[in-house]
Design a binder for this molecule. Structure first.
Ligand SMILES: NC(=O)C1=CN([C@@H]2O[C@H](COP(=O)(O)OP(=O)(O)OC[C@H]3O[C@@H](n4cnc5c(N)ncnc54)[C@H](O)[C@@H]3O)[C@@H](O)[C@H]2O)C=CC1
Ligand SMILES: CC(=O)C(=O)O
Length: 309
């Protein structure tokens, strides 16, 4: 299989950026990958290491600058601080908003049809500010959001049902963080309501939702970071964009009615995201409202208020 002729720039070549590059390289999503990092020596070493794997694909990988990145089809932002064990994603806001400001400034003038993918945390808040700072249409600035949580949830459910992950459609919605919730009412297994195929008590549902929500914390506690899951998720997003798959995925995007960015299912293709309606039960809607309120509180209560306004 050969890669499409496009290019993807990854800004932030740490554990996550390198894992994303590796996934894109193996999946041959585009012909050219550009890695950019403030730590140029480290970035060069990551490129050297990754280039030892390019014999498996037709992808070229190189170190670049913001000038190179601004002309890419997709620009991924994985630059920023990561959580220490026990720290919340929201706790990263002060450090990572500064990184985002500097990165988005360096990307100007940005290609008008570029898609900006935000991966750094807190991803929903940073997606909101990246929309403001980049000047791109909001549908072209997307956060990886709860797609990773949804993959984690699907894995648990598939295990219980002893079926493949791909037979299950189940979404985590809201914040990629503590206020997220599972949209149980819309979950299906091969088209059948999931709760019919797998009757779960309220307590069991709560346990599954908690395990899903806490998975990153339990990994970070031991190895200090997560990278492979979000890398696979980002590669899938890039494929959907480059090949205009119009895949329905739970991603962080602008919510006009809620005044913030959070995850609900959207259609993802070459032009970015477009809405896809989802039916939620009243209790799920309440959770979603609470999640939006939690995110708005961070935006309103922070001294990042003036960013890009
Ligand atoms: N959305 C998600 O599901 C996930 C998000 N993350 C987030 O991804 C981010 C990166 O995590 P890691 O790669 O583990 O951290 P890391 O510390 O390994 O790498 C971060 C990189 O960003 C670079 N950087 C910092 N400021 C920069 C700037 N102004 N311009 C260019 N590069 C800059 C650093 O030099 C470093 O190489 C964190 O915010 C983390 O919380 C991590 C896992 C999953
Ligand atoms: C770190 C993070 O956001 C995750 O693995 O979900």
């Amino acid at each position: 299989m050969s890669a499409s002729s496009g290019s993807i720039a990854i800004i932030g070549a740490g554990s996550v950026g390198a894992a994303i590059a590796y996934s894109l390289l193996l999946r041959q999503v585009v012909a050219d990958l550009i890695l950019v990092d403030i730590n140029e020596e480290y970035c060069q070493a990551q490129v050297e290491d990754l280039s030892d794997a390019t014999f498996l694909s037709n992808v070229r990988i190189r170190q670049g600058t913001a000038d190179d990145a601004r002309n890419a089809d997709i620009i991924i932002i994985s630059a920023g601080a990561k959580q220490k064990p026990g720290e919340t994603r929201i706790g990263l806001i002060d450090r990572n908003i500064k990184v985002l400001e500097s990165v988005t400034r360096s990307l100007q003038p940005i290609r008008r049809d570029a898609i900006l993918l935000i991966v750094a945390n807190p991803v929903d808040i940073l997606t909101f500010y990246a929309q403001r700072l980049s000047g791109l249409p909001r549908n072209q600035v997307i956060g990886s959001g709860t797609m990773l949580d949804s993959i984690r949830l699907t894995g648990i459910l598939a295990n219980r049902l002893k079926v493949s992950d791909s037979s299950i459609h189940a979404f985590v919605i809201g914040e990629h963080g503590d206020s997220q919730c599972v949209a149980w009412s819309s979950a299906t297994v091969h088209g059948r309501p999931l709760l019919k195929a797998l009757p779960l008590t309220e307590t069991e549902r709560e346990e599954i939702a908690t395990t899903t929500r806490m998975k990153a914390d339990s990994i970070i506690k031991v190895k200090g970071f997560t990278s492979y899951g979000v890398a696979a998720v980002t590669a899938r997003m890039c494929e959907a964009i480059i090949f205009d798959h119009r895949k329905i995925l739970p991603l962080s995007h602008w919510q006009e009615n809620l005044g913030c960015c959070l995850s609900l299912p959207v259609v993802l293709g070459r032009k970015g995201v477009s809405p896809f309606p989802v039916d939620l039960e009243e209790s799920e809607l309440q959770f979603l409202m609470q999640s939006a309120k939690a995110l708005r509180t961070v935006i309103e209560g922070n001294d990042v208020n003036s960013v890009g306004s």
